[in-house]
Design a protein around this ligand. Structure first.
Ligand code: HEC
Ligand code: HEC
Length: 442
């Protein structure tokens, strides 16, 4: 913003920081903004139990309840404020998520919508296979720690909301203010209460706007069905998301025909998958597109991420070296999204975090996390909902666009994409380690 507005924004940043402190507290003593606590509408959102259990230093409180879960399990990668810049972040590829944009990749919610707590629970439980994001499934199986995952998911949501408010205060409000207008000054509460109230109501407007977006993805089943993926699963009655019977019931001839149609769609101009994933699904080694988190401070700020001399000066501000967001190699079957509709056996959770950095054994390859059904659901969801934040778009569907894909064509595609990896899955599938080469100067 300083580059764009050609203005020194140091004082404005301090005001924003103070406003955030006033509204959300500190990482040791977080709180929900008054405007939310006052309203019944937000009761389900503003529970204090999760805040207390997840925040602060690791330890036990006076009631001997374990606190500091986020710092214990997540902050080393995601950072104490959820900025994605924890001490280990620079060594990882992909980088840990920066929660502050409210953008999440893996969710049943639609492109552009916020994830539900259930979506976040799913990510935290199963991790993101093929990246350094670990699975916390063990917690879920433990009697004592079963709700730790929900507590963490709710805290991720808290950090994301706080981060989005910070961002929007800076991006929208500061842009509209005249130089001599005050955004937030705590002293005014005593010296000029009316001005204080006015300024606070402008900040509260931003808070409510951000929070209402998150509320839309919560609870009500109808809202959940709004995403193309959820609607598809419901329409075709994949009970508990069980897609596995679908292709098995087909004769070999029909299956081959379907996959052939899928191949044509994959390479054709409507689905256009090959444009990014390559005809053989391996991806393009010279790929030069970036994810939204990187574009945010490079391309959109007039900085070319491919030119070192352009981004280097911003590194001291805590930015990580731009790394291209490559299309997935679809022959590896290492799908990252594990949709929440699947039915999982409890023993399916065993060892779920342990495949990182190692080649998968034969046993791992039949591990339910990599089961046929989950692979199909991951492909189906990626096609229908897209992967927000990455270049992967949601497909155009016949239901909403003329010339878009019909349901049958979607399934043809899923079967074809699945076949790209099925021969590879029989042998050991190498998982990406998630660790970038050490010693690079990120
Ligand atoms: C060793 C590093 C590491 C640790 C520890 C870690 N994460 Fe992650 N996390 C990642 C990486 C890397 C990604 C990005 C994956 C991607 O983009 O595919 C990620 C992504 C996420 C996402 C976003 C997924 C999406 O849909 O975009 C959430 C939510 C998340 N982590 C929550 C947590 C929570 C909660 C904890 C603690 C219980 C945690 N993570 C611990 C590395 C880590
Ligand atoms: C504009 C480029 C682009 C197009 C077009 C595209 N993809 Fe992707 N795709 C990507 C990228 C980038 C990723 C990696 C996303 C991430 O960061 O996890 C990806 C990931 C995927 C995944 C992995 C999902 C997971 O859970 O890990 C599947 C499956 C996939 N794409 C299938 C398709 C299919 C099928 C099509 C055509 C309908 C398609 N893609 C079109 C860029 C693209």
């Amino acid at each position: 913003m300083e580059r764009e507005l050609r203005e020194d924004l140091a004082d404005r940043s301090k005001e924003v920081a103070n406003a955030l402190l006033f509204a959300f507290g500190t990482p040791n003593e977080p709180r929900w903004p008054e405007i939310l606590v006052e309203s019944e509408k937000y009761d389900a959102l503003t529970d204090y139990k999760s805040l207390i259990r997840a925040s602060g230093p690791v330890g036990r409180n006076f009631d001997l309840v374990e606190v500091g879960l986020y710092r214990k399990q997540c902050a080393q990668c995601h950072g104490i404020t959820g900025d994605g810049f924890g001490p280990t972040a620079a060594l990882l590829d992909p980088y840990p998520r920066d929660f502050r944009r409210g953008t999440f990749k893996f969710k049943n919610a639609s492109y552009g919508a916020r994830p539900s707590v259930e979506d976040l629970v799913q990510t935290i439980t199963y991790g993101v296979p093929g990246t350094s994001m670990p699975a916390m499934a063990n917690l879920k199986r433990s009697k004592h720690y079963a709700d730790d995952i929900t507590v963490l998911a709710r805290y991720v949501r808290f950090l994301a909301i706080r981060g989005e408010v910070e961002r929007e205060l800076m991006m929208d409000t500061v842009r509209d203010l005249d130089e001599n207008e005050v955004l937030f000054k705590l002293e005014q509460r005593e010296t000029d209460p009316e001005a204080f109230r006015n300024n606070l109501s402008r900040i509260n407007e931003v808070i409510v706007r951000v929070v209402d977006r998150w509320m839309l993805s919560e609870g009500v089943e109808e809202q959940h069905k709004r995403s193309p993926f959820s609607a598809f699963v419901v329409k075709h009655e994949f009970a508990k998301g069980d897609l596995s019977s679908d292709s098995e019931a087909m004769t070999e001839v029909l299956l081959q025909e379907s996959m052939q149609r899928g191949r044509e769609l994959f390479e054709g101009s409507i689905a256009a998958c090959a444009q990014c994933h390559g005809k053989d699904g391996v991806g393009d080694p010279k790929w030069k597109d970036y994810d939204e988190w990187t574009k945010d401070w490079t391309i959109r700020a007039g900085i070319n991420p491919a030119v070192r001399a352009e981004w280097k000066p911003l590194k001291p501000l805590g930015l990580l070296k731009p790394v291209a967001a490559a299309p997935r190699n679809l022959t590896l079957q290492a799908y990252r999204g594990v949709p929440a509709t699947m039915a999982l056996e409890d023993n399916a959770l065993a060892n779920s975090g342990s495949s990182q950095g190692k080649a998968l054994t034969e046993e791992d390859a039949t591990h339910p996390k990599h089961s046929k059904n989950n692979s199909r659901l991951a492909i189906l969801r990626a096609v229908l909902n897209g992967i927000e934040g990455s270049p992967m778009p949601a497909a155009a569907l016949a239901a909403s666009t003329s010339g878009g894909l019909t349901d049958e064509q979607v399934m043809d595609l899923v079967r074809f994409v699945e076949s790209l990896s099925s021969s590879a899955a029989a042998v050991a599938v190498p998982a990406t380690s998630g660790l970038a080469v050490m010693g690079t100067d990120r």
